[in-house]
Design a protein around this ligand. Structure first.
Ligand SMILES: Nc1nc2c(ncn2[C@@H]2O[C@H](COP(=O)(O)OP(=O)(O)OP(=O)(O)O)[C@@H](O)[C@H]2O)c(=O)[nH]1
Ligand SMILES: [Mg+2]
Length: 206
């Protein structure tokens, strides 16, 4: 898909600062340093639109990007960043859940999981909470370029086995790399398809 325009819109501290919810929206979340901002730049074919850093905890507000005047991408702060103070963390978690539960135009949440490491409790807990709250999401394995295919497969298999302890069916998932651009087209296709459905539903409601 051609990204004709990708514009930074606003840094929102909480739900009340978010733009009007009149376009389909896709948000990216995952532990600090998992590669959210990098993946967003890869998808949007822009090098430095979302700010990336090797220092975890770089993204601390919800950063909105308007794409093709048609849909939003939201770069969310990483969860589980130990260096932030406890008070700050719990305040952010409260805002996050408020956003996730009440943002009606949030079509899908992409939960990024590092393919280089064995299953992490933080990720599994978060995903199970999403399930309980009925929030639509997909899993996006990141940094596939960093390890051998067989090692990534092993970690992903382990992660899926953990998920299946709580889920009857696995959620949709993507394997990606911001370096090799693996998974970019599949993710964009997913977004295009879901946005089309979103606009069709809107038409029906009018
Ligand atoms: N090799 C490789 N490195 C990556 C990839 N994605 C991200 N990185 C690196 O991982 C580090 C963190 O990337 P970010 O995109 O800033 O991560 P983030 O999840 O947005 O981090 P926070 O905003 O701190 O939560 C940077 O040094 C990136 O260059 C990838 O697919 N492959
Ligand atoms: Mg970031």
């Amino acid at each position: 898909m051609l990204i004709e325009s990708a514009k930074f819109t606003i840094s929102a501290a909480s739900l009340k600062d978010c733009p009007k919810g009149d376009l389909p929206e896709y948000a990216f979340i995952g532990r600090s340093n998992v590669g959210k901002s990098s993946l967003i730049n890869t998808l949007l074919q822009r090098n430095e639109l979302a700010r990336t850093s090797s220092t975890p905890g770089k993204t601390i507000t919800m950063n909105y990007f308007l794409i093709n005047e048609d849909w939003y991408v939201v770069d969310l702060p990483g969860y589980g960043y130990a260096k932030r103070s406890k008070t700050l963390r719990s305040a952010w978690e409260k805002s996050l859940w408020q956003y996730l539960k009440s943002r009606e135009n949030l079509v899908n949440l992409f939960v990024l999981v590092d393919s280089r490491i064995p299953p992490q409790e933080k990720d599994l807990t978060f995903i199970n909470e999403l399930g309980e709250a009925g929030i639509p999401f997909s899993i996006v394995y990141t940094k596939l370029d960093k390890l051998k295919a067989i090692e990534a497969e092993e970690n992903i298999k382990q992660f899926e086995a953990k998920l299946l302890e709580n889920w009857e069916e696995l959620p949709s998932s993507f394997q990606t790399s911001s370096v090799s651009k693996l998974g970019k087209e599949e993710l964009l296709k997913f977004i295009v398809k879901h946005s089309k459905n979103w606009y069709q539903d809107l038409q029906r409601k009018l």
